[in-house]
Design a protein around this ligand. Structure first.
Ligand SMILES: NC(=O)C1=CN([C@@H]2O[C@H](COP(=O)(O)OP(=O)(O)OC[C@H]3O[C@@H](n4cnc5c(N)ncnc54)[C@H](OP(=O)(O)O)[C@@H]3O)[C@@H](O)[C@H]2O)C=CC1
Ligand SMILES: CC(C)CCC[C@@H](C)[C@H]1CC[C@H]2C3=C(CC[C@]12C)[C@@]1(C)CCC(=O)[C@@H](C)[C@@H]1CC3
Length: 345
C-alpha cells in the first residue's frame, strides 16, 4: 500500500529538501505539503515535479501558528486519508534573532568553542510577541500548533495493526535552562526558540508514553546548522556566502555544520527508513556531515526527564481544552473573538 506522508513547512529549506529526498527514496508515496502560503506551496510542488514528474503530491493550507487553521487543516486531512504513515512536524520560526557579538568573540577563545558553534548556547536571543489566539508566537508555531495537529489527527495516526510515526525537527539549541514549567510559552525570557525546541523534546517523550500502545511513535531530530531562510534571518545571505570557507573549516571540527538543506534532512530520511519500534525515545537523532562531506545520522541522549515531560503534557492538554472552548464560543458568537482582540490590544 502507498504510504501517506505529511510535511509541515514543506515549501522551503529542510522541509523541501526532505520532500525531494522522500520522493527519491519511495516514488510511490502520497506526499502532502502543508504550508501557510499556497503560492510558495505551489512553487515547491512544481519544483518537485521537475525531477519526479509522476509523483503524487498534494497541497494543504496550514498555518500551524493559528488554532483555527490547524483545526480546519486536520479536518481536511481526515477527509483525504484513512491513514497517515509519517507526520513531519517541521515548520518553525525564529523571529527577530540577535547575535551577542561579545559572547561570540569571548567563546571563540574559550575551550567551549566547538560546543558554542554546535549549539549557539548563549549567543542568540529573539523578540517574540503574542498572536491573535493570545499565545506566544514561537510557542504556538514551533510547538502548540503541532501538538494540536497530532491530537486532531489521532484517528488517522492510530490505526489498529499499523505503526505511524511523528518526526519533530528540533534543534541542538534546545536547552533545559531556557525552559520553565511555570512559563511554558516563554513569555518572560529572551530565548523562546530554544525553549520551544526543548519543549518539543519533552513532548516527544510524553507522546511516546501515551501513544506507543496505539501504534504511534515519536522521534526528534536536529538537522545541524543549515543555510535556509531561518539562518538568513540571523545574518544576511551575502555574509554567509562570504564566510563559507570558514564554515567548511569549522565543519572539520564540528560535524554539526551540515550547511545544505539536503545534508540537514539526513536524519529525517534515516528515521523514515527505520522501524519506529526500534528507536530510542530519549535520543535526539542528529544529521551530521564530516569534513569530507559525508552524511550520517547519530543518536545522542537528550537532557530530559519523565516527570517534566509529563507535567508539560498535562499543561498542553489543559491549554488545548481552553482553546477548544474558545473556538466553540467564537463559532457560536463571532463577536467574542473581536472582544477578545480588543482586550489584548
Ligand atoms: N536552519 C537551521 O540551521 C536549523 C533549523 N531547524 C529547524 O528546522 C525547521 C525548518 O526550518 P528551516 O528549513 O531551517 O527554515 P525555513 O525558514 O526555510 O523553513 C521553515 C518552514 O516553516 C514554515 N512555517 C513557518 N511558520 C509557519 C506557520 N505558522 N505555518 C506553517 N508553516 C510555517 C515556513 O513557511 P514560509 O515559507 O511561509 O515562511 C517554511 O516553509 C524549523 O523547525 C527550524 O527550527 C533546526 C535546527 C537548525
Ligand atoms: C561561523 C561564523 C564565523 C560566525 C557565525 C556565528 C553565529 C551567527 C552562528 C554560530 C553558531 C550558529 C548556530 C545557529 C545560528 C547561527 C550561529 C549562532 C543555530 C542556532 C541556528 C538554528 C538552530 O536550530 C541551531 C541548531 C543552530 C546552532 C548553531
Amino acid at each position: 500500500m502507498k504510504k501517506a506522508v505529511l510535511v509541515t513547512g514543506a515549501n522551503s529549506g529542510i522541509g523541501l529538501a526532505l520532500c525531494e529526498r522522500l520522493l527519491c527514496q519511495d516514488a510511490e508515496i502520497q506526499l502532502c505539503l502543508a504550508c501557510r502560503n499556497m503560492q510558495r506551496a505551489e512553487a515547491a510542488r512544481t519544483a518537485l515535479l521537475v525531477s519526479h514528474s509522476d509523483a503524487h503530491i498534494t497541497l494543504l493550507h496550514l498555518d500551524v501558528g493559528s488554532v483555527s487553521s490547524v483545526l480546519k487543516a486536520a479536518q481536511e486531512v481526515k477527509m483525504r486519508y484513512n491513514r497517515l504513515d509519517s507526520l513531519y512536524l517541521n515548520a518553525g520560526i525564529m523571529p527577530n534573532p540577535q547575535v551577542d557579538i561579545k559572547a561570540l568573540l569571548k567563546g571563540l577563545f574559550s575551550s567551549k568553542v566547538i560546543h558554542m558553534f554546535a549549539t549557539a548556547e548563549g549567543l542568540l536571543t529573539q523578540h517574540d510577541h503574542v498572536n491573535s489566539d493570545g499565545l506566544q508566537e514561537v510557542f504556538a508555531t514551533n510547538l502548540f500548533g503541532h501538538f494540536l495537529l497530532v491530537r486532531e489527527l489521532e484517528p488517522v495516526l492510530c490505526q489498529p495493526g499499523h505503526t505511524s510515526r511523528l518526526i519533530w525537527t528540533s534543534s541542538s539549541n534546545a536547552r533545559r535552562t531556557t525552559f520553565s514549567l511555570s512559563d511554558i510559552q516563554h513569555q518572560k525570557g529572551a530565548e523562546p526558540y530554544s525553549s520551544s525546541k526543548y519543549a518539543s523534546d519533552l513532548l516527544s517523550l510524553a507522546l511516546n508514553r501515551h501513544y506507543n500502545d496505539q501504534g504511534l511513535y515519536s522521534s526528534v531530530v536536529c538537522p545541524g546548522l543549515v543555510m535556509t531562510n531561518l539562518t538568513y534571518g540571523i545574518l544576511p545571505s551575502f555574509f554567509w556566502t562570504l564566510i563559507m570557507p570558514v564554515m567548511w573549516l569549522i565543519r572539520v571540527f564540528t560535524n554539526t555544520f551540515t550547511l545544505t538543506p539536503y545534508n540537514g534532512a539526513e536524519a529525517l530520511i534515516w528515521l523514515f527508513l527505520q522501524n519506529p519500534e526500534s528507536l530510542d525515545p530519549r535520543a535526539k537523532y542528529h544529521s551530521l556531515t564530516s569534513g569530507f562531506g559525508n552524511n550520517y545520522t547519530q543518536p545522542r541522549k537528550m537532557d530530559i526527564d519523565e516527570d517534566m515531560s509529563e507535567a508539560l503534557y498535562e499543561q498542553l492538554l489543559e491549554l488545548e481544552s481552553k482553546v477548544r472552548k474558545k473556538v466553540k464560543k467564537e463559532e457560536e458568537d463571532p463577536r467574542v473573538h473581536e472582544q477578545y482582540l480588543h482586550q489584548t490590544e
